[in-house]
Design a protein around this ligand. Structure first.
Ligand code: NAD
Ligand code: UD1
Length: 338
């Protein structure tokens, strides 16, 4: 089994991925500066997996710390989650996002090269697709100019990695374009725990359900969709975590730089999601319609054929599972990891 460095492993998607890595008998070393997560998540991951992992508290922009880490542990591959992800914040503080997500990634890739580690799985996003593409989005469609600085950092890092690989074929890189991760581990012990007011639909909705927020604002009901509200491809975080394992296995045996969409291939509207949440969990969600949010598209869902056929990956969880698991996590941890 392999020794895997997981940057950002204490975060939402990283922590769920660590569980799957441990279950597959990989040795896991987490590097995280805890700027948007808590060490408690890592303790719970080890509890759930009944296995231990190594935690190094540090920053991907700290080259000396990275060199020490690679000298100490004979890393075989890296799964790179570390980064900032708040779209609104990225508009206010572009430099912070360029530094953390782009310079931070470059610092990691430099350290990997120095240490002779060339296997990488990178967290990208469906936000890199050109808005003019019509869903289902497939990997051969053009990327665009993302409407926000966060999306721009994802596109930049994808392009940097493609160029690195073209220049040196020792690199073997998976670019995973996530659609909309939601849900939580079945144990309800780990889940999404955003700081401050959530930007994303699901954590906002569960915070309304638990009484931390008054009502859900549905951004726009005049889109060209069946019920007028935005359509997205929600994917269970455990399915997403498993996609990382499949991508890792694929990369351990191959070279190249390959993009894979990680979504279910099915779009759901905001209203459908809210109504199904109410039905599955027996809770009413107060809501109002409000104006469209800047930068939002009407519809975005994946063509996931490539991931299914090349990675041997298949999402297992339904929208109902996602909504039940998100709620169970929030209900049992009303204030997250605090
Ligand atoms: P998260 O904020 O929960 O996890 C990110 C982790 O990285 C956190 O634990 C944070 O403390 C850590 N981190 C941030 N900057 C760091 C740095 N400079 N050095 C070390 N650690 C650092 O976010 P997440 O939802 O788990 O997302 C993981 C990755 O997936 C991110 O790169 C994100 O942009 C990407 N992504 C997320 C979504 C989503 O909807 N959640 C969608 C597409 C892509
Ligand atoms: C957003 C980001 C995207 C990022 C992703 C993951 C924007 C424009 N896009 O994607 O760049 O990769 O998060 O972090 O911010 N909605 C409501 N009310 C809310 C919140 C959301 O109605 O309180 C709607 C949105 O209009 C959208 C859907 O719910 O139709 C999903 O929104 P969200 O969860 O924020 O994800 P994305 O917009 O797809």
């Amino acid at each position: 089994m392999a020794k895997i460095l997981v940057t950002g492993g204490a975060g939402y998607i990283g922590s769920h991925t660590c569980i799957e890595l441990l279950a597959a008998d990989h040795e896991v070393i987490v590097l995280d500066n805890l700027c948007n997560s808590s060490e408690e998540a890592l303790l719970r991951v080890q509890d759930i997996a009944t296995k231990v992992m190594t935690f190094v508290q540090g920053d991907i922009r700290d080259s000396a710390a990275l060199d020490r880490l690679f000298q100490t542990y004979a890393i075989d591959a890296v799964i790179h989650f570390a980064g900032l992800k708040a779209v609104g914040e990225s508009q206010k503080f572009p430099q912070l996002y360029f530094d953390n997500n782009i310079a931070g990634s470059l610092s990691l890739f430099n350290a990997m090269e120095k240490a002779g580690v060339f296997k990488l799985v990178f967290s990208s996003s469906a936000t890199v697709y050109d808005e003019a593409n019509v869903s289902p989005l497939n990997e051969t469609m053009p990327t665009g100019t993302p409407s926000n600085n966060y999306g721009y950092t994802k596109l930049m890092v994808e392009q940097i990695l493609q160029k690195l690989q073209q220049a040196d074929e020792r690199w073997s890189i998976a670019l995973l374009r996530y659609f909309n991760p939601v849900g939580a581990h079945k144990s309800s012990r780990i889940g999404e725990d955003p700081q401050g007011i959530p930007n994303n639909l699901m954590p906002y909705l569960t915070q309304v359900a638990v009484g931390r927020r008054e009502k859900l604002s549905i951004f726009g009901n005049d889109y060209d969709t069946a019920d007028g509200t935005g359509v997205r491809d929600y994917i269970h975080v455990v399915d997403l975590a498993n996609a990382h394992l499949c991508a890792l296995n694929n990369r351990l045996n191959q070279t190249g730089c390959r993009v894979w969409n990680i979504g279910t291939g099915k779009g759901s509207s905001v209203l459908e999601l809210k109504n199904t949440f109410e039905q599955v969990n027996g809770i009413e969600i107060p809501f109002e319609f409000s104006p469209r949010r800047e930068g939002d598209v009407a519809t975005s869902f994946a063509d996931n054929t490539r991931a299914l056929s090349e990675l041997g990956w298949k999402p297992q969880y339904s929208l109902k599972d996602m909504l039940a698991d998100s709620w169970n996590w929030q209900k049992q941890n009303p204030t997250g990891f605090n």
